[in-house]
Design a protein around this ligand. Sequence first.
Ligand SMILES: C[S@@+](CC[C@H](N)C(=O)[O-])C[C@H]1O[C@@H](n2cnc3c(N)ncnc32)[C@H](O)[C@@H]1O
Length: 181
Amino acid sequence: VPDVSIALIEQLGLARNAAIVDVGGGASTLAAQLLSRGFADITVLDISAHALELARAELGAAAKRLHWIEHDLLAWSPRRHYDLWHDRAVFHFLVESSRRELYAEALRSAVRVGGKAIIGTFAMDGPKTCSGLPVVRYGPHELTSQFGGGFTLVSTRREQHTTPGNRLQPYTWVTLEHVSG
Ligand SMILES: C[S@@+](CC[C@H](N)C(=O)[O-])C[C@H]1O[C@@H](n2cnc3c(N)ncnc32)[C@H](O)[C@@H]1O
């Protein structure tokens, strides 16, 4: 259960019809958890058809109530605005600044001004790789500064995540507000 994500989302006090997008959310139970909490406008975007299939299978018939987008986030032109963007463990894989800029562009165009983004990455003392791939580690201010002046820091949280294999993964979480286009 993605407890920290749920706690951070619930802290925002969003209306249950708020538009939420979970990027890289395939193979995660977050969408199912949000649906069970009454959220009615949930989009899951992932580059991997397999990951999306796992998430859909988890939901069974209820999967029809969500929006599913199989797409590369870094080449995504959102067709609508979202009130909330959620990313757990996607941004930290972007080790090239050009790819981080593409992410920031997608974030800016997807989240309405006044909307929020919750982003979780490995913390500065977290692992240097994840699933064998290098990651960039962030503190809250380093992470916030990646998205330019259009996003301000609302709150931050540190998580000591323990993997199913009993390994410790410290996370930095930020909640950002899109203040200007
Ligand atoms: C480490 S997993 C995190 C999954 C989930 N957010 C969680 O916390 O359990 C990263 C996910 O991001 C997806 N992903 C990686 N690069 C992506 C991209 N460029 N566009 C969309 N999804 C991507 C992967 O397919 C994978 O499902």
